[in-house]
Write a protein that binds this ligand. Structure first.
Ligand code: NAP
Length: 239
C-alpha cells in the first residue's frame, strides 16, 4: 500500500520503519513545515496514519475524508471533537480507526483493567488510582491511555463518577486520581493500583520502546484499506 504519514515526528519515523519492513511505500510525509498540504496531495495514498498534535488532528482527518483516504489516528487529546468527526465519517462513507494506544499489550492491559475493576467493586476497602509516566516532550497530561484506563474503572464502579489529574497525592470525593510524571526517554508506563490499609494490588504496562505503537498503527492502516466506518482496536483485534 501507499501510506501517507501525517505527523513525521518520533512516532511518524518509527511508523515509517515498520511500514517499509512490511513492504509498504511512503507516499507523503507531513510535518509543521508542510502542514498546509491539500487533500489532493493525498490522492496517491491508499491509507493515512496520523500522529501529529492535538490541535491539528481534526483538520488532518477531514483532509483525508475529502481525499477518500482511510485514516488511522494515534494523536491524543482531540477527543472533544470526536462526535463531530465520527458523524462526518459515517455520513460521508469514510473510514477512521482511532486509538489512544495502538499497542497490543496496552489493549490487553485494558481488558485486564476491566475485569480487575469489576472484581474490586465488591471490595470497597481498596481505593483505586492510576499513575502514568512519559517522556518530557509529551504535550498532554494525563495521557490518553490513562484516561481510557480511567473510563474502564469508572464504568465498573458505583462510587466513582469522574477522574481528575492529581498532584502531590491529592484526592477528590467520587473521583479517580490520575498522577502524571514526566521523565526523559520513557515511552509510556501505566499502573493501576488498588490500595487498602493492609496491602496493595498493582497492574502495570510498561512500553519498552515506541515499536508496539507503530506496529499497531500500521496493522490498523492495513485493516482499514477499502473499509468504511468508525473502528477501534477492538475491531482490529477481534476483542
Ligand atoms: N495512540 C498511540 O498509540 C500513541 C503512541 C505514542 C504517541 N501518541 C500521540 O501521537 C502524537 C504524536 O506523538 P509524537 O511523540 O510522535 O510527537 P512529536 O515527536 O512531537 O511529533 C509530532 C509531529 O507532528 C508534526 N506536526 C506539527 N503540526 C502539524 C500539523 N498541523 N499537521 C501535521 N503534522 C504536524 C510535527 O512537525 P515538526 O517535526 O515540524 O515539529 C512532528 O513531526 C501525540 O498526540 C502523542 O500523544 C499516540
Amino acid at each position: 500500500m501507499n501510506i501517507a504519514i501525517i505527523g513525521y515526528g518520533k512516532m511518524g519515523k518509527e511508523i515509517e520503519k515498520i511500514a517499509l519492513e512490511r513492504g509498504h511505500t511512503i507516499s507523503l510525509k507531513v510535518t509543521s513545515q508542510n502542514a498546509d498540504y491539500a487533500p489532493a496531495d493525498l490522492q496517491s495514498s491508499d491509507v493515512a496514519i496520523e500522529f501529529s498534535i492535538p490541535e491539528a488532528a481534526k483538520q488532518n482527518i477531514f483532509k483525508c475524508f475529502e481525499a477518500n483516504v482511510p485514516v488511522a489516528v494515534g494523536t491524543t487529546a482531540w477527543y472533544a471533537d470526536f462526535e463531530e468527526v465520527a458523524a462526518k465519517c459515517t455520513t460521508e462513507n469514510q473510514a477512521l480507526l482511532y486509538a489512544s494506544n495502538f499497542s497490543l499489550g496496552v489493549n490487553l492491559f485494558w481488558q485486564m483493567t476491566d475485569k480487575l475493576s469489576a472484581l474490586m467493586e465488591n471490595h470497597k476497602e481498596y481505593t483505586a488510582s492510576i499513575n502514568e509516566i512519559h517522556h518530557t516532550e509529551k504535550l498532554d497530561a494525563p495521557s490518553g491511555t490513562a484516561i481510557t484506563t480511567a473510563e474502564k474503572i469508572i464504568s465498573n464502579s458505583s462510587n466513582l463518577n469522574d477522574w481528575f489529574l492529581s498532584e502531590n497525592g491529592k484526592t477528590q470525593e467520587l473521583s479517580l486520581p490520575i498522577s502524571a510524571e514526566r521523565i526523559p526517554n520513557v515511552p509510556g508506563t501505566h499502573t493501576v493500583t488498588y490500595a487498602s490499609d493492609i496491602d496493595k494490588i498493582e497492574l502495570t504496562h510498561e512500553a519498552k520502546s515506541r515499536k508496539g505503537f507503530a506496529l499497531g498503527s500500521v496493522l490498523a492502516a492495513e485493516f482499514l484499506h477499502k473499509k468504511q466506518g468508525v473502528f477501534t482496536m477492538n475491531d482490529l483485534l477481534g476483542i
